[in-house]
Design a protein around this ligand. Structure first.
Ligand code: PLP
Length: 404
């Protein structure tokens, strides 16, 4: 069948593919350390599961929701945002709204659809989440990439963002805490970024905050609009239950944004998916958000512990120069380019796929190649698996990295 030129440019989701490969190898009886996971390997907090059970009893849970989601839930999410970000509530009295979608991937897709015209450029800060470039291209836009590196703990320089601006630049996506680096940008960075935005009054900012509840090292993330609330009218905030509530499969995400954008997204949604999942929305409306903290406390302790294991094993193996302190989300970026193993490779080219394949075939370890995150010769590892298999996996990784 002849496919559209639009869809021909779209790559497969690498993380989904890797997950499938790891599952297939496990089913063949191989011992696989799956460090590719972008989700918590646990069920959501029981208080939330109980709310889902309860909502099963009502007819409304099985019927269409309004296309932007139930108004009471939208109000609850806006209030939580204002409260957790310590923003002046009166700023949101008028012209603000929330739209729920089937996961925040879907929220981002609709938001870009409502903002990007063919030929528009959208700035991405590498390493970036794999789906951003594909979504931008799908809507006819062009991703412009600003890179960072391991020496700066993968925090991009504002000066480099400034240089990437052209008259066609429509928007910039900022993802802090960041997938895949596992760091969040500092308060100083956010202040400087706010200053940069003031110099570019037409630039729209998409702030992907799906990991904002998952930070295990102080200081906690802040956001540019907290330093200058005047930037909010051109800010699009993206949130979800996926990471915070260990509920990736329930598919509920949302955008908090000026009402004009939410209205446009709602029109897209009304003609595509109709609206988000009614049952899960109703359970979330009933759920007390205070349970999130107690649910995430052991999760954060666990991720911090695995990050410490990484530091110790790297230090023991003289790989300390490849280490930086991750602080949030589930991840860490391995930089292959300065390890003994890399001597076999041409440094001018990107070998992320070949190296991650060797790790899988030789050591039984699944990691995600950095190519799709916009940083060559790196890979993302996930810190969420159990402590003992994580220690075993890291021992294998450092042995591999030091092997010439
Ligand atoms: C940075 C980032 N944004 C958005 C998403 C989408 O999450 P979901 O669609 O499950 O809400 C993910 C998922 O991995 C992510 O890492």
């Amino acid at each position: 069948m002849l496919l559209s030129s639009r869809v021909k440019g779209i790559h497969d989701s690498i993380t989904m593919k890797l997950n499938e490969k790891a599952i297939a190898l496990t089913e063949e009886g191989k011992v696989i350390y799956n460090l590719s996971g972008g989700q918590l390997p646990i069920k959501p907090t029981p208080e939330f599961v109980e709310k889902i059970h309860h909502q099963l009893n009502f007819l409304k849970s099985y019927q269409y929701s309004p296309s932007a989601g139930f108004p009471a839930l939208r109000k609850k999410l806006l209030d939580r945002f204002i409260g957790t970000r310590h923003l002046p509530a009166d700023l949101f009295d008028v012209d603000w709204d929330v739209i729920l979608s089937n996961g925040s991937k879907h929220s981002l897709y609709d938001a870009l659809g409502a903002l990007v015209d063919p030929g528009d450029e959208v700035i991405l800060l590498a390493p970036y989440w794999v789906s951003y470039p594909e979504m931008i291209k799908f809507w006819g836009g062009t991703p412009t990439v600003v890179r960072s590196n391991v020496f700066d703990a993968f925090v991009p320089a504002i000066e480099d963002i400034r240089k990437a601006m052209t008259p066609r630049t429509k928007a910039i996506i900022v993802n802090s805490p960041n997938n895949p680096s596992g760091v969040h940008y500092s308060e100083a960075w956010m202040r400087e970024f706010a200053g940069f935005l003031r110099d570019h009054p037409d630039l729209v900012v998409i702030s992907d905050e799906v990991y904002s509840d998952i930070t295990y090292f102080d200081p906690r993330p802040t956001y540019f609009y907290q330093h200058d609330p005047g930037l909010l009218p051109r800010t699009v905030v993206v949130q979800a239950i996926s990471k915070t509530l260990a509920a990736t499969g329930l598919r509920l995400g949302w955008v908090i944004a000026p009402a004009s954008l939410v209205g446009a997204m709602s029109r897209i949604q009304g003609q595509t998916t109709s609206g988000p999942n009614s049952l899960i929305q109703r359970a979330l409306l009933d759920f007390d958000f205070h349970f999130i903290e107690s649910f995430l406390t052991p999760v954060k302790t666990h991720i911090r512990q695995n990050a410490a294991t990484l530091r110790e094993k790297f230090r023991e193996a003289n790989l300390g120069h490849c280490w930086y302190q991750s602080t949030s989300a589930f991840y860490f970026m391995l930089d292959f380019s300065r390890t003994p193993m890399f001597q076999r490779f041409d440094p001018e080219l990107d070998h992320s796929y070949a190296i991650t394949d060797e790790l899988l075939e030789g050591e039984g370890i699944t990691v995600v190649p950095g190519t799709d995150f916009g940083i060559p010769n790196t890979a993302r590892i996930s810190l969420v698996i159990e402590e003992v298999p994580f220690q075993e996996a890291v021992s294998k990784i450092v042995r591999y990295l030091n092997h010439t």
